[in-house]
Ligand binder design. Structure first.
Ligand SMILES: Nc1ncnc2c1ncn2[C@@H]1O[C@H](COP(=O)(O)OP(=O)(O)OP(=O)(O)O)[C@@H](O)[C@H]1O
Length: 351
């Protein structure tokens, strides 16, 4: 498969502030790649470089097979973090203006606008002034404008910035519909829920470099640490539990497994059950991706968080006390996953 984005040894400074210090990145055709990084890591700078709005100090960029980034812009849909529009346009007028500016034939343009207004849920407000629309609607208009020319590549910068929980959910569900259409996507964000929900692969941008890349499927739904709330644990039992591995710490009525692995959890539970200790609750803490992200940003090793083979423990696990996989701390991700489960149940029902 060809790479739609190829970035090699990219550096960029603003005056004395060095932001990108040798970024390497490849995004394959059809892939949805999430670039995670803290505020100020240089995510927007990278997008502006890909669009040819900025020039790098050194390094190489190829987008859709070409280094002529200005020429490629028509093939790229860009959804900026902050969108500003002329208040006295309506969504339909604004999209029409853009399409004409781009030289789209009128009949094709009209059809395309109807389709995009429908996709983004803006048909009912197509003829209302933009100043009367909610922030969520404006973000969705941003998606419609980015899709107008049916681009091969979408660059999306912090799509849910400034939206409330409902707005975030609506937008991510829409972006998930968009991803099903097969566009290659680079999504820059610091929100882990967006990456877990939408992306195939994630790169963590920190200290001017992509420090780590992870396949999202390997870490999706996995918790980073687990607290097992128990009845009283006497000292010998606590020592026995801590002998299982250095990931295990006990206090008088709880066992913490960090980083969590289902295998360790099974061993802990087995010891607790054999010792007749009451297990009050299993409380998953940070998601696995959150732990990987935080450690990478702090420059700490993550090797033991990347182990994905869970096969050995399935046999030992007591299903009754196995936590549900959606027990993630992020309420948005939880809502999205519940919605997805509901959708597939509905689909199954129709078949
Ligand atoms: N035009 C500019 N002139 C000087 N410094 C800039 C300029 N644009 C960005 N910066 C600085 O470069 C750094 C990276 O900014 P950038 O906006 O690319 O980061 P980001 O990862 O997108 O951040 P955020 O998540 O906050 O949007 C920041 O320290 C920012 O202040």
């Amino acid at each position: 498969m060809t790479d739609v984005i190829v970035v090699e040894g990219l550096t960029k400074s603003y005056g004395h502030v060095s932001v990108l210090r040798g970024v390497h990145l490849r995004v394959a055709a059809g892939e949805v790649y999430g670039l995670l990084g803290p505020n100020g890591a240089g995510k927007s700078t990278l997008i502006h470089l890909l669009l040819g709005f900025l020039y790098p100090d050194s390094g190489r960029i190829r987008v859709l097979g070409s280094a002529d980034l200005e020429a490629q812009r028509r093939q790229i849909g860009y959804i900026p973090e902050r969108q500003r529009y002329h208040n006295y346009y309506t969504p339909r007028e604004y999209l029409t203006f853009l399409g004409r500016f781009d030289g789209m034939p009128e009949t094709i343009l009209r059809k395309r606008i109807d389709e995009l207004l429908e996709l983004t849920g803006l048909t009912a407000v197509a003829n209302r002034y933009l100043r009367t629309l909610s922030k969520g609607m404006i973000q969705r208009l941003g998606i419609a404008q980015a899709l107008l020319t049916d681009p091969d590549l979408l660059l999306i910068d912090e799509p849910t910035s400034g939206l409330d929980l409902d707005g975030q959910q609506e937008l991510l569900v829409l972006l998930n519909d968009v991803r099903q259409r097969g566009h290659t996507v680079l999504l820059c964000t610091h929100r882990l829920a967006e990456v877990e929900y939408l992306c195939d692969r994630v790169g963590i941008l920190t200290n001017g470099k992509v420090a780590l890349e992870v396949n999202v499927a390997d870490v999706r739904h996995m918790t980073g640490s687990m607290v097992v709330q128990t009845g009283p644990l006497d000292l010998p039992l606590r020592q026995r539990l801590e002998m299982i591995g250095r990931e295990i710490r006990c206090d008088e009525q709880a066992v913490v497994i960090s980083p969590h692995s289902p295998e360790l959890q099974a061993k802990v539970l087995q010891v607790l059950i054999e010792a007749n200790v009451t297990i009050r609750a299993l409380e998953p803490q940070l998601s696995r991706l959150a732990q990987i992200y935080m450690r990478t940003v702090r420059g700490e090793p993550v090797d033991n968080l990347l182990v994905t083979d869970q096969a050995p423990l399935r046999a030992v696990l007591n299903e009754a006390i196995n936590p549900a996989p959606t027990d993630d701390i992020d309420p948005l991700l939880k809502r999205l996953l519940q919605r997805r489960e509901g959708d597939s149940r509905q689909k199954d029902g129709h078949q």
